[in-house]
Design a protein around this ligand. Structure first.
Ligand code: ZN
Ligand code: ZN
Length: 559
């Protein structure tokens, strides 16, 4: 029998199929479905190869339907996929070379090949390193090629959530760990994860290491020692496992969770942590902090800012939690590019215990996202007034996600803006403006008395697109002066503001909305990611706009 295929091998074949299908004008939904299934498979701990051979039903996993199930069975049982081989046999040599990197967009890469007169991925790599791609095609194309050529890499925090659960259960149920807890960047909720790190307790670490090599069918062991092991996960990140014993579990958690800067500041107070581990016994984190007269430091704060000093003085912030949230101030409906009606959004929000929501569809200039015309917004305003009379228990606020135009003006007339309870003002165009010009554009927009919240402040898409350049401190100061607010966009691909920028804004006294930017009733749950980001920024309930009760909120909106 042939070698067991790892989940990564199987996922690669599905990704390559999707990639080659994209050159054939295939149904885009079908292409997306293959990509989604590939992601699902990369994140599974169980070996898909074994599952198929045991005739298990793969359609129980999200994103795997009948057709994809059949394709996976074919890959496992025959080692190949006829539809993929057929596409390959028709493909040019250039395209076949590109298909070794399933994350590259073949259309874009073929354009680079043509223009630079190259035909191999080695030459593509050289053109990337020499800066030729940057000079000829700009920064977005460069980012795409760089990410596409990298085989092992970072993943976003929300993808790590499921992966961590799957690793944890594998460690406990299959690898003999009596205790297993995720630490490191993940536990601090860093938004991009390059290494997932676990602390384990077990009587047989060598056995645990051997068992982990079977995680996801096959996982390569990169380094191992008597008390640590490093693996390369097929889903991208590295997996680091450290052994700890019960007696010092708390101290080990502390050592493996804090950032370098945090641990350095901590050791300045407590003395060497390694020395403490040798002689002391700290079974819990609380016992450690207690014996040095510190209050418990939430993992999200262990970055080396002021948390050690605050813990000694007892002045650590009480971090905001999901239970503190009273409403959601950024969402879209069918009127622009959302999937549900205002009523559906309102009744769903009510089941979450919210007392208000704000409807913020796109404004007229954003044609690709179904921007709402002035007349249509007037109509929506009347409709919301009516709904507020009919519905009890929840207040629907009238808003819009208003484009900040190139010159800093807002995308609706003052007569119309005046009728809204508040606005979310965002940049959706001209990302390439220079820092000074982009900053001025936002400052001018804030001068408008109908400007309320700055939506997704830098426009970044994690691992895809850096944000546009702005002077955050100047903008935060201006927000404070004009009575404007910021937003943490909970969309897990954005999480923009960054924790760092949110910290800057909050220090200057600017309140921050934690919003979902939901485009359907199913996206309200993403608030979890925005809260994680807010906690990393050290935000308390009092710094979060939508933790305010309705009356206080409306008073804050007046300027
Ligand atoms: Zn937007
Ligand atoms: Zn939006």
């Amino acid at each position: 029998m042939s070698k067991v295929l790892s989940n990564g091998d199987i996922a690669d074949r599905l990704s390559t199929l999707a990639q080659l299908m994209s050159m054939e004008k295939a149904n885009p939904y079908k292409i997306k479905a293959y990509r989604r299934a590939a992601n699902t498979i990369r994140g599974l701990g169980e070996s898909v190869d074994e599952l198929v051979r045991a005739k298990a039903d793969l359609t129980v996993y999200s994103g795997i339907g009948e057709a994809i199930n059949a394709a996976i069975r074919e890959i496992v049982l025959t080692g190949t996929l006829a539809s993929l081989e057929k596409l390959r046999s028709n493909a040019s040599p250039e395209l076949i070379a590109i298909s070794a990197y399933p994350r590259l967009d073949p259309k874009r890469v073929l354009r680079i090949f043509k223009k630079l007169h190259i035909s191999s991925t080695e030459a593509l790599h050289q053109a990337l390193e020499s800066g030729e791609i940057e000079r000829t095609f700009g920064s977005r194309m460069t980012a795409h090629v760089r990410q596409g050529l990298v085989q092992v890499g970072a993943i976003l925090l929300y993808h790590a959530h499921d992966l961590v659960l799957s690793i944890e259960s594998y460690l406990r149920n299959r690898a003999g760990a009596t205790q297993a807890e995720a630490v490191g960047d993940y536990r601090r909720r860093v938004e991009v994860i390059e290494e997932i790190s676990f602390l384990v307790e077990t009587g047989d670490f060598a056995r645990l290491t051997a068992a982990m090599e079977g995680y996801g069918g096959r996982t390569s062991l990169l380094e191992s020692a008597s008390d640590s092991a490093l693996f390369a996960l097929s889903s991208g990140p590295l997996l680091k496992i450290n052994l700890a014993d019960k007696r010092n579990w708390g101290l080990s958690l502390i050592r493996r969770t804090g950032s370098k800067a945090h641990l350095k500041k901590l050791a300045a107070v407590t003395g060497s942590l390694t020395a403490l581990e040798a002689k002391g016994s700290f079974a819990t984190e609380q016992s450690f902090y207690g014996s040095f007269r510190m209050t418990f430091i939430e993992p999200e704060l262990r970055e080396g800012f002021e948390e050690i000093r605050q813990a000694r003085r007892g002045t650590l912030p009480v971090l905001v939690t999901q239970a503190d949230i009273r409403g959601d101030l950024h969402m879209h409906t069918k009127a622009s590019d959302g999937s549900h009606s205002i009523e559906q959004m309102a009744t769903t929000a009510q089941t979450l215990g919210y007392t208000y929501i704000g409807i913020s569809d796109h404004s007229q200039s954003l044609k690709i996202a179904g921007g709402v015309s002035e007349e249509a917004l007037w109509e929506q305003i009347r409709k919301i007034d009516l709904l507020n009379e009919q519905l009890g228990g929840i207040r629907i606020l009238k808003s819009a996600e208003v484009d900040i135009l190139a010159d800093g003006s807002l995308d609706y007339s003052d007569e119309l803006l005046r009728e809204l309870d508040y606005t979310v003002c965002s940049i959706h165009s001209r990302f390439a403006f220079e820092r000074e010009k982009q900053t001025e554009r936002i400052l001018r927009a804030m001068d408008n008395r109908f400007f309320t919240i700055l939506g997704h402040a830098t426009g970044r898409l994690l691992l895809k697109r850096p944000g546009y350049e702005i002077d955050m401190e100047r903008i935060a100061l201006h927000a404070k002066q004009t009575g404007s607010f910021f937003e943490i966009n909970s969309s897990p691909d954005r999480l923009d503001l960054s924790a760092e920028n949110a910290r800057t804004a909050a220090k200057l006294g600017v309140l921050i909305a934690v919003s979902t930017d939901a485009h359907s009733i199913h996206e309200f749950g993403t608030i979890r990611y925005g809260i994680e980001q807010a906690r990393r920024a050290g935000l308390e309930r009092s710094s979060v706009l939508n933790c305010q009760p309705l009356n206080a909120l409306i008073a804050l909106f007046k300027r």
